[in-house]
Design a protein around this ligand. Structure first.
Ligand code: C6P
Length: 422
């Protein structure tokens, strides 16, 4: 009998099975560039992550070999494009463990996914006196669409309070979840504070009252395992560009029974079965919610990003980012005058902070001179800034390619900021 083939060593794991971030970095061409004469330190993955070569090559391969419109042509290129596009949908289904590909709707991103639900579900299910329950830490994408839907229906938008550490006040949330609540919509992970929300308890409590739950997964999807069946959420929204895929592609997962009852929200090609001047009939799920030519290349890039993340190992990436979070949190907290904004027990790799006497924009500008990219401002989450009496914070966020060396450069950069403002 032949000996079994030796298992190929996993290039992304070290001897202890931990992520080899230096190896990961080699997959991201942009990380080779310099900014202001210094090697780039990219600590803004929560705003938009970078793309590995595998994603860049997948979209280039599609554009150079198979590009055509989908669902429309009998010709070979259109059939190839359609097959790749629908295969991407199946990749997403598998990635988040949805039951069926028909529960996966491609959108431009998280924002469009939440708008779809607010407009289509909210437009038919909300009535005067109803309430939509969110939290104070939501991104504007999970506030404004609900304001629009509530205004149209005469419903009210209610926000649940937070603790000083940036956690959801679960008791207060449960009190707000009342007979008028028709929808609960909350972030899985906060972009401004890094808090991971207690979504299991929230979903169980909402479902006890027959209330559906939408999770804004923009900041969770690349940083932890997401299983929509295990979560038992009704809607889950995320963006490709925060999980190493291109911009302009995102996903709305919806529970089939809810999606089936929802009317189309945009009209046009591909979402119909028949059209006359007097009347139209609509396509099956998921295409009923995908009017017009979709972002075919983006969907293919997203599928490549999924393959890439799975090759790295999602749990391994999460463990790596948690290690960096702990390390950076301890070191930043030791800087005189630095205040961490958001110190929840359960956090993703996002660190918001202020530095006494220095405007966050000045921190960002000086760090940029050092080649370090962070985000500064209100992070499109103005209510949470107001909640804590802040106009802005500086925010460093990590991804699979972040390293301890990045944290060292950040600390040195902040030392420079303190020198300038001494
Ligand atoms: N947050 C940030 O720097 P879009 O723009 O549709 O891809 O994602 C919107 C969005 C929705 N929810 C959360 C929790 C988010 O973090 C974001 C995007 C970026 O924090 C850009 S403002």
């Amino acid at each position: 009998m032949n000996a079994p083939p030796a298992r190929l060593a996993d290039p992304y794991a070290d001897a202890e099975g931990r992520l080899r971030a230096e190896r990961v970095r080699a997959d991201f061409p942009i990380l080779e560039r310099e900014v202001h004469g210094r090697p780039l330190v990219y600590l803004d993955s929560a705003a938009s992550s970078q793309q590995p070569r595998a994603v860049l090559e997948a979209t280039e391969h599609y554009a150079t070999t198979s590009h055509a419109n989908v669902h429309r042509g009998v010709h070979t290129l259109s059939q190839e494009a359609t097959a790749a596009f629908e295969a991407a949908r199946e990749s997403v289904r598998r990635f988040i463990n949805a039951r069926k590909p028909s529960e996966i709707i491609f959108t431009r991103g998280t924002t469009e996914a939440i708008n779809l639900v607010a407009r289509s579900w909210g437009g038919t299910q909300l009535a005067a006196g109803d309430e939509v329950l969110i939290t104070y830490l939501e991104h504007h994408a999970n506030i404004v669409p609900w304001q629009l839907a509530c205004a149209a229906a005469g419903a009210r938008l209610i926000a649940a309070p937070l603790t000083p550490a940036g956690e959801l006040e679960l008791g207060a949330f449960l009190e707000l979840l009342g007979p008028r609540t028709k929808m609960v919509a909350l972030a899985h992970v906060s972009n401004a504070l890094g808090t991971t929300l207690p979504v299991a308890q929230v979903i169980a409590a909402a479902h006890e009252r027959g209330v559906p739950v939408l999770l804004d997964g923009a900041q969770a999807i690349a940083h932890q395992r997401v299983d929509v069946q295990q979560l038992d959420c009704d809607f889950y929204a995320f963006s490709g560009h925060k999980m190493y895929a291109p911009t302009g592609i995102g996903v709305l997962y919806g529970r089939e029974s809810l999606l089936r009852a929802m009317p189309p929200w945009q009209g046009g090609g591909d979402m119909i079965l028949s059209v006359s001047i007097a009347h139209s009939t609509y396509n099956e799920l998921p295409w009923r919610f995908e009017a017009g030519t979709p972002n075919i290349s983006g969907a293919i890039g997203l599928a490549a990003a999924i393959d890439y993340l799975e090759a790295l190992g999602r749990d391994r990436v999460a463990a790596h980012e948690q290690r960096l979070l702990l390390l950076a949190t301890a070191q930043l907290a030791a800087i005189p005058g630095l205040q961490l904004i958001g110190t929840a027990r359960e956090k993703a790799a996002v660190i918001s902070f202020t530095l006494r006497g220095v405007h966050p924009h000045d921190i960002g500008t000086i760090l940029d001179q050092e080649g370090i990219a962070i985000r500064t401002g209100h992070h499109c989450a103005m209510p949470v800034m107001t909640y804590y009496g802040l106009a802005a914070t500086a925010r460093a966020s990590f991804g699979c390619y972040s390293t301890e060396a990045d944290i060292e450069r950040l600390l040195a950069g902040l030392e420079r900021v303190r020198e300038v403002f001494a």
